[in-house]
Design a protein around this ligand. Sequence first.
Ligand SMILES: O=C(O)CCC(=O)C(=O)O
Ligand SMILES: [Fe+2]
Length: 196
Amino acid sequence: MPLFNTKIKSLPNEFIYHQNTLSSQKSLALYQHLIDHCRWQQPQIQMFGKQISIPRLQCYFGDPQASYQYSGLLMQPNPWPQALLGIKARLSLICDTPFNALLVNWYRTGQDSMGWHSDDEVELGINPTIASLSLGETRLFKIRNKKTKQVIDLPLSDGDCLIMQGSAQRDYQHSLPKQNKVLSGRLNLTFRYVMP
Ligand SMILES: O=C(O)CCC(=O)C(=O)O
Ligand SMILES: [Fe+2]
């Protein structure tokens, strides 16, 4: 997986964007493999005092001790699939971070989404480095500065990799809004280091 340093957009320094990190053949094969083999879940979370199903499917992988708490949910890791070990090793090397966990989100259509949040759970430590790999349909990823409220739109396409590091989670939020015209699916893989 060659990572070209193609910064096409001016992003805050804490966000590093690489295009075409996988050939389209490899990304399509990985996309289909994950759709077919992940144990997909659609957990319910507490929001405004109500239980609601998250608007996407997800599957959590990781080392056995890398359990992760998110919106009140305790996620126990599924064992790493063979198909992801190479990518995990490469991203760990590039990011100088021993990734031990991976959250895969499946946005089945443009109606699936993720609201504004920061990945600032205590298990991730201060200034976590998170590597996000996108497969399938292009979707708009939004980054919002917590202080200035300025929003940057970054379309993430098949094979794109976005690294969030430094104060990215402390100073910014991100989201993936619904897009009515989008009919096909996207997978997003966020590699993380969870403190054991
Ligand atoms: O789908 C994306 O690009 C973002 C996913 C995300 O923010 C997360 O998993 O925390
Ligand atoms: Fe996130």
